[in-house]
Write a protein that binds this ligand. Structure first.
Ligand code: G2I
Length: 459
């Protein structure tokens, strides 16, 4: 059984996650600090979240607890690939949009879960491989992250891509078989589509320093050294009856790489230790200044995928369990995330005489530059358009693509032509640029675009 298999594998897990840079978390004021999970977490600069099945939002008892105790939500299933793109190129956002609206109306931030995962792939994608799958996968990331742009605090861009056991390597899947660079290609596409969201890698069985967490650690270190955009690691933390002694040390070593960490799917097997383990996980997060929040994978025991494990903080009647008190106490006792050091006072204005203005003639028209994210058989091009001194009321960028290359998808511009000489015109919201102002658009293609140079014409 799928659930049992995942659960067994998960009992020694940890999760890291990080927050998206550009987005402010919706944190409540401290009116209830000390008495609800959300207010106590917010008081310490953090969020406390729950996985939500959107169908339950119309159940009063469920929503009452959700709104009172949690200031972050994640869709338990509704933002996954099978839900959002059930047929290739046909997108469905009903459940995800409903959750986002609920969050916005109730002062909650939203974690996005998950752009790519080898499970819950729609049937059409399960049957694909190679460059066709690579293209479809990048298109999925681009479309979904674009749809939710500006509304997601942190995205699980890639979920569960590492193998269990001692290899420390990648898990086999049709995604992995498109080439080892599939994860970085996904992160790059997500950054283009939603530059304000924190981009996370999320996995289980990472709740301590072990072969799997070390494999992920090495990937994150490599990404940071090569400038692949990653902001956070999610530690799912589907836990059994004990917690690894180096749980906190493991979070800390990821944080030391320069990413945020988050506990993303916390649930703990019932039994004598449940409350203690919940408390210990919460304390570990509080003790790591880059641990920005905790999410439990559901609200009440009966909402949980773990069924009879009674793994959550509220019983089936909505009563607070001992584990709840343990978490609340740990939130209240923990340190706050340090705030940024005060900025230096403004320095005196320089007394040197002003230098002459630059003598270069201002650029008229516009300039364009391109950066390519390429893989064997395809690419994503991100194009930056900079207006010259007169600004623009519209722009048009041309490329001559090498033979064999073809544009399959464009965002924030309108394409004409797909092979050879192709042109991209502004769309209605990004044509008018002030002097020196910059905008970006992108396109995806098959084949290779290496060496292409854009030409920009302003109107
Ligand atoms: O397996 C627990 C979690 C492990 N980490 C990733 C999470 O995304 C995952 O969540 C679970 C959901 O809690 C389940 O609700 O993912 C499962 C899928 O692998 C979800 O189960 C699925 C059932 O397998 C489907 O039969 C069902 O149609 O839920 C679907 C919607 O209820």
């Amino acid at each position: 059984m799928k659930h049992r298999r995942v659960l067994r594998a998960a009992v020694t897990v940890a999760v890291t996650g990080a927050l998206a840079a550009g987005m402010t978390m919706a944190l409540t004021t401290s009116a209830n600090a000390g008495t609800t999970l959300r207010a106590s977490a917010a008081e310490k600069g953090r969020y406390f979240g729950a996985a939500v099945a959107t169908g339950k939002l119309s159940t009063g008892a469920y929503t009452t607890i959700l709104n009172r105790e949690f200031n972050s939500v994640v869709a338990e299933n509704e933002m996954k690939w099978d839900a959002t793109e059930p047929q290739q190129g046909r997108f469905s956002y009903t459940g995800g949009d409903r959750l986002v609206s609920h969050a916005q109306a109730n002062g909650m931030s939203v974690r996005g879960h998950a752009l790519l995962w080898y499970q819950q792939e729609p049937g059409w994608a399960q049957n694909m491989s190679g460059s066709a799958l690579r293209s479809a996968m990048i298109n999925h990331v681009t479309q979904v992250a674009t749809h939710f742009r500006g509304k997601i605090y942190a995205w699980d861009v890639v979920n569960e891509a590492f193998a269990d056991g001692n290899s420390g390597g990648r898990r086999d899947s049709n995604l992995q078989r498109t080439g080892n660079d599939w994860i970085e290609a996904a992160f790059r596409a997500a950054r283009v589509a939603d530059p304000g969201a924190k981009l996370c890698y999320n996995d289980y069985n990472t709740d301590g320093i072990n072969a799997k967490s070390t494999g992920i650690y090495n990937m994150v270190r490599d990404f940071k050294s090569r400038g692949v955009p990653i902001d956070c690691v999610g530690f799912q933390s589907h836990l059994g009856t004990s917690l690894a002694g180096d749980y906190q040390a493991n979070l800390q070593r990821f944080a030391d790489l320069g990413v945020d960490v988050q506990i993303t799917e916390l649930d703990v097997m019932t039994g004598g230790n449940q409350a203690n383990i919940y408390g210990a996980v919460t304390r570990a997060c509080m003790n790591v200044s880059r641990c920005t929040g905790i999410t439990t994978w559901g609200v009440r025991d009966c909402d949980s995928w773990r069924g009879s494990d009674n793994a959550l903080l509220f019983d089936c009647n909505g009563n607070k369990k001992a584990a709840y008190t343990s978490v609340l106490n740990a939130l209240n006792a923990g340190p706050a995330i340090p705030t940024d050091p005060p900025t230096d006072p403004p320095t005196d204005p320089p007394t040197d005489p002003p230098t002459d203005p630059p003598t270069d003639p201002p650029t008229v028209g516009c300039a364009a530059s391109v950066s390519l994210n390429s893989w064997n058989g395809g690419f994503v091009a991100t194009v930056k358009v900079t207006a010259g001194s007169a600004g623009t009321s519209g722009w048009n960028v041309g490329f001559t693509l090498p033979s064999g290359a073809s544009v399959t998808n464009t965002w924030s511009a309108t394409a004409s032509g797909s092979t050879g000489a192709v042109r991209f015109a502004n769309v209605n919201y990004n044509g008018r640029l002030g002097a020196g102002q910059v905008t970006e658009f992108g396109f995806q293609g098959t084949g290779s675009a290496s060496g292409v140079t854009p030409t920009c014409t302003a109107s």
